[in-house]
Design a binder for this molecule. Structure first.
Ligand code: FUB
Ligand code: ZN
Length: 653
């Protein structure tokens, strides 16, 4: 627990400490976008169903685990030592403040559903501590404040000062939206005001090497209505690309500083930085309407999502520099695929969806959510992957944090666990939107959606489904006074959706944007039946992805499957297993933790002659070849039964 005992009521506040929650939706633009996010309490997941369970696990296990690790990692003591309530040296990485801020953001989103006394106490103490550490002019960064040799803003290449400030702002926004606690918002605004003074128009022409503050400033603007925050975000975006961070180590591309954002349309460099920057640029577009920014983001998106994204929704194929590789450079075993990158991609796609209304962005959100992002957390909710390979070889050296064989409790660079916590705590906010036509459902999940129909009346959509395990959905839609449109995204993986409206087949095809549009008649409730058949699919990669040529991946619905050594018959080495794409494993009830449906079918074990590593084109050793049974589980559940070889891409016979 935290040791600071300052009375929270002494926290300087320019606004009442707790007033009504704004409940403003995620990235809900002030300027009218194509789609408007719903309020944060508008969607409720059904407890015990997939997303409801995940959100509950996050609340019960992941968030408390993050809070405990803020204590043990030193992130809280790093602040305490500045107000003499800890005599320990600084611990962790220089941007460890961001671990606290992201955890506070998670708690802020959780507060929509109410906070336990223990978590509320954590917020009180953390906010009090941050207020007491903040300098009179608003500056707040425990690393710089505690390092006499380190001058403020002197090393924006590495210091992460604005990155940490951005995460603080996002935490403050979440608490304000979630429960109306505006104490952290006062602190965040003081810091943001300082940033405006130091880096706003007419001040220094510099920017942080790690994007994050851009999107945070825009959200802070949305929450406060204070335009200098938006202007600073815009200025940061406009300044970027002048080579401030070229030379020395890493190089300009790593920092996305090699070209102005309108010209830098290839996804490149450090993946998380690239994707946070893209989210920030899109946010600036959403508030300014500068079409040239949106055009650049569309080009960047094409680069990232048509040539550099793993089938699991992961980004960043190089361990070195945590970076994107060249187009189609997507090795499964050497995938870096940082959890934060998938989260950043999810957040960027949300903004692109708001900007355009096009389903391809929601499609990528779904891919990342159910695969890479889900895989990052263990069934217990307390262990995490930072890198998310798509193959782990027999004999893998899992002794480094860089590529462990199993999820770890925490990391010396702990960016990913609290990032997961903040995303899952806010997940319901990504399910649906509304606009002048009606309501749009982007993610199918059991629960209820409450939204305003265009005539202002409240409509409720109750979704009954076992998605992502089953594609049958029933939507009970309440009546509005006037007619309105319900748009439902039909996932692109589904070739033959069948739809009924009030029991009759619905003949309108899915639109080119991926949405099915049902006109709900005035004064009438509507029942929509959606059957999205989920046959097992054999997915192959673009032929230029050399690393998985000759392989297929198994998928069912939105879930990508993998084979794990523990499930295969004894003696069948995972690397030797082959699959026949004409005879795919079929769904059966799952037998391992958290697996509702696994796939079982025939395969073959093809041992090649083991005499040498290289030689003439190989033939299989017929004597060592035998038929076998393959069992596949969803990728997101791998590594929940100890250390195991695993692969997503399976060589075909
Ligand atoms: O630099 C801050 C965070 O740490 C990055 O976003 C992650 O990739 C990790 O390097
Ligand atoms: Zn991370």
């Amino acid at each position: 627990m935290m040791h600071t005992q300052t009375d929270p009521s002494t926290t300087p506040t320019a606004e009442p400490s707790v007033t009504g929650a704004s409940l403003r939706g995620l990235a809900a633009p002030v300027r009218q976008p194509r789609l408007v996010p719903l309020l944060m309490d508008a969607v409720k997941f059904e407890p015990g169903r997939h997303l409801g369970e995940w959100q509950q696990l996050n609340r019960d296990a992941t968030v408390p685990h993050c809070i405990e690790n803020l204590e043990s990692s030193g992130a809280l003591d790093n602040l305490r030592r500045l107000v003499e309530s800890s005599d320990l040296p600084f611990r962790g990485l220089w941007f460890a403040d961001s671990d606290l801020h992201k955890t506070l953001e998670a708690v802020g989103w959780e507060s929509v559903r109410g906070l336990s006394p223990g978590v509320a106490h954590f917020v009180d103490e953390a906010v009090t501590l941050l207020a007491s550490v903040q300098e009179d002019d608003g500056y707040l960064d425990s690393w710089v404040q505690g390092s006499p040799a380190q001058a403020r803003w002197d090393d924006l290449r590495f210091s992460h000062e604005m990155y940490c400030a951005g995460h603080l702002m996002q935490a403050a926004v979440a608490l304000s939206r979630g429960c109306g606690d505006r104490r952290l918002l006062v602190i965040a605004r003081k810091l943001a005001d300082l940033l405006v003074a130091e880096f706003g128009e007419g001040a220094r022409d510099v920017y942080d090497s790690h994007p994050e503050v851009e999107t945070a400033l825009v959200e802070l603007y949305r929450e406060t209505g204070h335009t200098p925050y938006l202007e600073l975000a815009q200025r940061q975006v406009e300044l970027r690309g002048r080579g401030l961070f070229s030379g020395e180590s890493f190089g300009a591309q790593y920092f996305q500083d090699h070209a102005p954002v309108r010209e830098a349309t290839e996804a490149i460099g450090h993946a998380v930085r690239q994707l946070y920057l893209a989210a920030g640029v899109t946010d600036v577009y959403l508030e300014t309407g500068d079409e040239s920014l949106l055009e650049a983001m569309k080009e960047l998106w094409d680069s990232a999502f048509t040539t550099k994204t793993y089938i699991t929704g992961a980004h960043g194929s190089r361990h070195r520099d945590e970076a994107y590789g060249d187009p189609y450079e997507l090795p499964p075993d050497r995938a870096y695929a940082e959890t934060c990158a998938a989260i950043a991609a999810f957040q960027w796609n949300w903004r692109m969806l708001l900007a355009t209304g096009e389903g391809q962005y929601a499609e990528e959100m779904e891919r990342a959510l159910y695969n890479n992002i889900a895989a990052a957390t263990s069934c217990s909710g307390k262990q995490f992957f930072y890198s998310n390979p798509l193959q782990l070889r027999t004999g893998h050296d899992g002794t480094t944090e860089d590529a462990p064989s199993e999820r770890l409790d925490w990391y010396s660079c702990a960016c990913c666990p609290p990032n997961l916590a903040r995303l899952i705590a806010s997940l319901q906010g990504y399910v649906a939107t509304s606009n002048s036509q009606g309501v749009q459902l982007h993610l199918l999940a059991a629960g209820t959606v409450r939204a305003n129909a265009p005539d202002g009346s409240t409509v409720t959509i109750t979704v009954e489904t076992e998605y992502p395990w089953d594609g049958i959905c029933r939507l009970d839609v309440s009546a509005a006074a006037s007619s309105w449109e319900l748009a439902i995204r039909v996932p692109a993986w589904c070739d033959e959706p069948s739809i009924t409206v009030n029991g009759s087949p619905f003949g309108v095809p899915v639109g080119p944007d991926g949405y099915l549009r049902v006109q709900c008649a005035a004064g009438e409730a509507t029942v929509i039946g959606l059957d999205l058949p989920m046959p097992v699919r054999a997915v192959s990669a673009h032929p230029r992805v050399d690393a998985v040529r000759g392989c297929i991946a198994l998928a069912r619905g939105p879930l990508v499957y993998c084979i794990e050594q523990v499930d295969q018959p004894e003696g069948d080495l995972l690397e030797d297993i082959r699959i026949d794409q004409a005879s795919l494993p079929q769904p059966v009830p799952g037998t391992s933790p958290g697996v509702v449906t696994q796939l079982v079918g025939e395969g073959r074990v093809l041992a090649t002659r083991p005499s040498s590593l290289y030689g003439d084109p190989r033939q299989e050793d017929v004597a060592a070849t035998h038929e076998t049974t393959i069992t596949a589980i969803p990728y997101f559940r791998w590594a929940n039964r100890g250390s195991n070889a695993m692969r997503v891409w399976i060589p075909t016979i």
